[in-house]
Design a protein around this ligand. Structure first.
Ligand code: T4K
Length: 403
């Protein structure tokens, strides 16, 4: 080991006790657009004294999302989990619905909450999205639909799924929580399946504090969803549906409108950061940066690494531990697979055996900070920590074992 290398190793916080970043670097740090513009909108909202219930900002936000996505209908809601529940109900999903286990737990919980059984399918290890053959194998007479998840904003196999649901007479809903700003064959995500659901949660690169949207080109479905998100009210004193309260507030819509004005620059920053991480890490054995399709519009919001322990000599968990000790709060998205969480683990104890790719992926993926809160210097340094760690697995493993 040369002297410089030894010095860098000794400087890691697990040896020196001093993290290299004073402040914590988070995955999911929110992007903030033009603050003045947002605050002006909040002033307008106070002047109007109209805070929620389909206010002018909500209506403007819905129209602007329709324009941005080129979709007929957008219904904004309080978050994507409620959006998934409402969409599942509006589509009359029941019995069993097929979902990937490699997703955020909300995808499955939204179904379970509606007394629909989520049936977990496996994923394609290249795209991290559902594997169509695995979906096919999970179809039973009780299946009523499929929820495809556009993991990391990368569309899942849209054509294959569309053909499959047509053939099997099923409904197709997309969980597009990660996919605002991404496109498929030149058409924006938001236009596919029976409906698509976006998340505008603070941790998403495009946020409205909390929030989400359901988009569809089906006018009848859109009307039903509008009723459902507002208790089923079709007019004053008239309820025609069992509905819930899924409404977005005006302050959220004001934030959403402000974020929308900066969406292109957010994507530019994400892409610049992605390219930087990629260049820094591309020659490291055993570390693979998840790649986005080059010829399609992507939002680049997630920096995903896959750690191959057989080459790095370190597990994903050990690498995350080292980064955490340096105040880089990398996350294990998604770990464990949803099938390993309750109630699914107890209800379907066998499902792990049928999801080998999901199991393996959950052991090797991790997510690094991205967005406007990280600069190039920080990225360089994060990559340097990773480089030093994988160059000295033996010393690192011994040290971690002694802590
Ligand atoms: N479908 C999919 C595929 C999803 O990924 C999600 C949500 C949904 C559906 C449901 O969407 P929503 O109902 O939430 O609209 C976070 C988010 O809460 C969640 O929205 C997101 N996916 C998921 C992937 O990540 P947690 O439990 O990991 O969040 P938490 O509190 O640990 O925060 C994550 C990181 O962000 C931390 O490092 C802290 C940082 N952070 C967070 C907030 C809220 C900030 O720096 N500032 C903040 O304001 O779920």
């Amino acid at each position: 080991m040369d002297i410089l290398d030894k010095k860098k190793l000794d400087e890691l916080a697990i040896f020196s006790g001093i993290p290299s970043f004073e402040e914590k670097l988070h995955v999911g740090r929110p992007n903030v657009g033009d603050r003045k513009r947002f605050l002006q909108r909040v002033e307008d909202m106070f002047d109007r004294r109209w805070f929620t219930n389909n206010g002018p900002f909500v209506q403007e936000f819905e129209q602007k999302i329709c324009d941005y996505l080129g979709v007929k209908h957008c219904i904004v809601v309080c978050n994507a989990t409620i959006a998934l529940e409402i969409a599942a109900r509006a589509l009359d999903l029941s019995g069993e619905v097929i979902v990937p286990s490699f997703t955020f737990v909300a995808t499955a919980h939204a179904l379970q909450w509606q007394k629909i059984t989520p049936v977990f399918c496996d994923v394609n290890p290249q795209t991290h999205c559902l594997d169509i053959e695995s979906v096919r194998r999970k179809i039973t007479p009780r299946t009523t639909g499929i929820v495809g998840v556009h993991v990391w904003g990368q569309p899942c196999e849209i054509e294959a799924l569309t053909n499959l649901v047509r053939e099997q007479k099923l409904k197709l809903l997309f969980d597009a929580a990660h996919a605002m700003g991404s496109a498929h064959r030149g058409q924006m995500i938001g236009n596919f399946g029976d409906a698509e659901v976006f998340s505008f949660h603070a941790t998403k690169f495009f946020n409205s504090f909390e929030g989400g949207a359901i988009t569809t080109n089906n006018s009848e479905l859109a009307s039903k969803i509008r009723l459902m998100k507002n208790f089923g009210f079709s007019g004053l004193d008239k309820v025609v549906f069992p509905g819930t309260n899924g409404k977005m507030t005006e302050v959220s819509a004001a934030m959403g409108l402000t974020s929308l004005e900066s969406i292109d620059s957010f994507i530019e920053i994400n892409q610049r950061n992605f390219q930087f991480y990629n260049n820094e890490l591309k020659n490291l054995n055993g570390i693979k940066v998840f790649q986005y399709e080059k010829n399609e519009k992507r939002n680049f919001q997630y920096i995903i690494l896959e750690v191959d322990e057989s080459q790095t000599g370190l597990t994903r968990d050990q690498l995350v531990q080292i980064l955490h000790s340096e105040n880089v709060l990398a996350r294990k998205y998604f770990y464990p697979g949803v099938h390993e969480m309750e109630p699914y683990k107890t209800d379907f104890p066998q499902s792990g055996k049928e999801l080998p790719e999901t199991k393996s992926l959950c052991q090797r993926v991790m997510s690094l900070p991205n967005g406007s809160s990280v600069n190039i210097e920080s990225i360089k340094h994060i990559c340097e920590i990773i480089r030093i760690a994988v160059k000295h697995p033996v010393e690192i493993r011994e040290k971690l074992a002694s802590l």
